[in-house]
Design a protein around this ligand. Sequence first.
Ligand SMILES: [Zn+2]
Length: 446
Amino acid sequence: MPSDDAGAEASHRDRAVEALRTLVSHPTIAGEGHDPAPFAAFAKDLTDLFPALFATCKTTRIDDAFLIRWPGVSDDPPLVLMAHIDVVPPGAQQDWTHPPFALTDVDGMLYGRGTLDCKGSLVAICTAVDELIRQGVQPRRDVWLSFGSDEEVSGDTAPRAVAVLQERGVEPWFVFDEGGAVVTEAIPGLREPVALVGVTEKGLVDLDLIATGAGGHASMPPKGGATARLARAITRLEDHPAPSSLPQPARDMLARIAPRLTQPARFALTQALKTEPVLARILARIGPETAAMTRTTVAVTRLRAAPARNVLATSATASVNMRVLVGESVEQAIARVRQTINDDDIEIRAVHCDEPSAIAPIDDEAFALIEATTARVLPDAFTAPYIVMAATDARHFQRAWPRCYRFTPFRMTSAQRDSIHSVDERLARDSFLEGIRWYRDLLEHL
Ligand SMILES: [Zn+2]
């Protein structure tokens, strides 16, 4: 490589890491007690860091969110690239090895809140677009960038971005958001990294289970009070999980993984794929991660009852968080909870419901483009579809446009995946730079 190119390459790398450092430093935590200052500082720095992008593209602000249009040369249906500005709180700061809101590079690993979820991909997207613009590249079709500011609290900036696009008559070719990643160590017997591209996501239901009682002094408790009945309801839910099944994207994923496995796992999975109900039951038993792939999950996350130790509860409430399997409806999932609890005195109140998303096709040009981009930039990895377990902003887009894919082109080990929403969130510097090349390659092949 001539030295000029080498110098340019090095400065481009440094600029991208410095941009990530600047943007990670703003604690953009959405939700309760929301502080507008970090969001304002983030917005200012973002526009300063990518001058070519913001000079060429038209930006619409939706509260703290950005909706940006990079005009293409044709009227072909546009691409929408998504990421989000907000992050989850750091938790106990003393549990972090390095401060959460300062990017720390330790042996090529970049530590900081949001590096994986989702400022890393936001900066990678902006870097790729900014570089292409400075090189005089115009995309073959319009590219929209949609950066929500309240994804982690299921806020409304993403649905409002969908509304703006619909008002303007935008019909995307496909929408691309976070979700899957290039994962290693995910499956025993699989040595190659697999690029898991989410094609759908599970539904989300928040319920309150409410038991009421007469209350009174705790020294004279009656039988079957509110707390006891609530406890019985909870143990019934725990003892009777939803039936397991294998939705199409899970079958497609396993079918692509099976031939890559080492023996005897390859033989076992290939055989098991012929008998789906058995395979679903096995996956449900292996561990929580594979179980979540095969059934609607029910987690009791919060309990509230009497205001004091010596007071009988007049009301006891359990918060239940359910992730509804693709192929099931919210209504069916709630009906099963009612049936399982089998107690008419427990009120079941739906607080929040999102149906499982539509399923984006894999036998399709958009999926083929994602697969080809990955093959060019990460030749050691192969691509497989999968079901995203968590809720992402893409679900709002997928309601309008089923062709939504969820993938961040960063490599993530099992420990890194565990660091998302936890402590010591970290992204490998080389993988970050590889991710920028991935977005560039995608944009050059539209
Ligand atoms: Zn995220």
